[in-house]
Structures are given as structure tokens and as C-alpha cells.
Design a protein around this ligand. Structure first.
Ligand code: HEM
Length: 152
């Protein structure tokens, strides 16, 4: 699981809560005035279903390299992590390694719905389709033995 080790060397972030409280993202009309004029960060009031549709080709270009925005995809929702990556409690490497890509199952292995709602809602720029995950999801095991044949 190569992706698991990508962010493990990062120190814990202390400015994370402060980042989340920032209110520079939401302006009247529901859409923020931020650098990416084409796909600005959306207001928290907008439901996922109402987010603008962003073509997969456009998402893939925002890989955080060569000065581009750093977007990631979780369950077909696109998150702009360009600034958030600097305060992410799990470090910046993990998010950077998924720039322009789908990292849904990796995200759900580590986070809860609460994390996504509380921290991710303010990072949404749109929704997309057709971006696959470059890693195959490993099987999840709950137990290795059956209850009636435990060898005691
Ligand atoms: C929208 C994108 C993301 C948001 C909003 C987010 C949010 C968070 C939050 C709130 C925590 C702290 C959890 C806690 O203290 O209980 C966290 C930790 C972490 N995140 Fe993320 N995250 C995002 C993307 C990712 C991605 C793509 C990865 C890698 C696949 C990742 C890996 C981690 C790791 C390794 C931790 C540390 C877990 C620990 O110390 O137990 N995150 N993230």
C-alpha cells in the first residue's frame, strides 16, 4: 500500500482550525471570489447535486504541478485542496500525490463522513464523472476465522 506512507513524515498541523474558520471563500451570491475564476470554490449552502459539472479532462489538469490548482476527487465531487493541503492534519504529501485524481477509497479508509462535511464542504468546486482510481482497492477483512471452527 504505497500510498499509505506518502504523508506519514509530516508534523501535526496547528493552524488547521484557523484555516477552517476563514470566511474568505463565501461571498454574496453563493460563490467565492478566488483565483480560479472558471471554477471558484462554492458556498457551503450549495448542495452537491447543484454543483457545476467539471469535465474529467479539466480536473486531471489541476494536479498541483507547475503552478496549477490542486484538485482531488472523492465520490465524484471535486475539492480544491490548493491551500488546504498546507494545513491538512494528515500532511501535504498525501493530498499532493492525488492531484487531479480520484482518491475516494483511500479517503474513506482514514476519514469519517464528519470529516468530509466539516472540512471538505468549504473546498468544493464542482462535480465530475469518469475519473478512476489509479490504485485497486484491497479487500477488507473483518475476521479470518468462522465462529464455529475457531480451534479452541
Ligand atoms: C477533501 C480532502 C480532505 C479533507 C477535508 C481531509 C480532512 C482531514 C481531517 C479533518 C483529518 C483529521 C482527522 C482527525 O483528527 O480525526 C485528516 C487526517 C488525515 N488525512 Fe485527510 N483530508 C482530506 C484528504 C485526504 C487524502 C486524499 C488523504 C490520503 C489518502 C488523507 C490522509 C489523511 C491522513 C493520513 C490523516 C491522519 C490520520 C491520523 O493521524 O490518524 N486525507 N484529514
Amino acid at each position: 500500500m504505497g500510498w499509505m506512507t506518502l504523508g506519514s513524515q509530516q508534523p501535526p498541523r496547528t493552524d488547521y482550525e484557523q484555516f477552517l474558520r476563514r470566511d474568505d471563500a463565501v461571498k454574496a451570491g453563493g460563490v467565492a471570489q478566488v483565483e480560479d475564476v472558471e471554477y471558484p470554490i462554492c458556498s457551503k449552502d450549495i448542495q452537491n447535486v447543484d454543483l457545476p459539472i467539471i469535465p474529467a479532462e479539466t480536473v486531471k489538469l489541476r494536479d498541483g504541478k507547475k503552478g496549477s490548482k490542486l484538485w482531488i476527487v472523492i465520490d465524484e465531487i471535486v475539492y480544491d485542496c490548493s491551500d488546504f493541503t498546507r494545513v491538512h492534519p494528515g500532511g501535504d504529501n498525501v493530498i499532493q500525490s492525488f492531484g487531479g485524481q480520484n482518491c475516494s477509497w483511500q479517503f474513506w479508509r482514514i476519514h469519517s463522513r464528519k470529516h468530509l462535511v466539516e472540512s471538505g464542504t468549504a473546498l468544493r468546486v464542482g462535480k465530475t464523472k469518469g475519473i478512476g482510481n489509479r490504485f485497486k482497492e484491497p479487500k477488507k477483512y473483518i475476521g479470518l476465522r468462522t465462529l464455529d471452527n475457531d480451534g479452541w
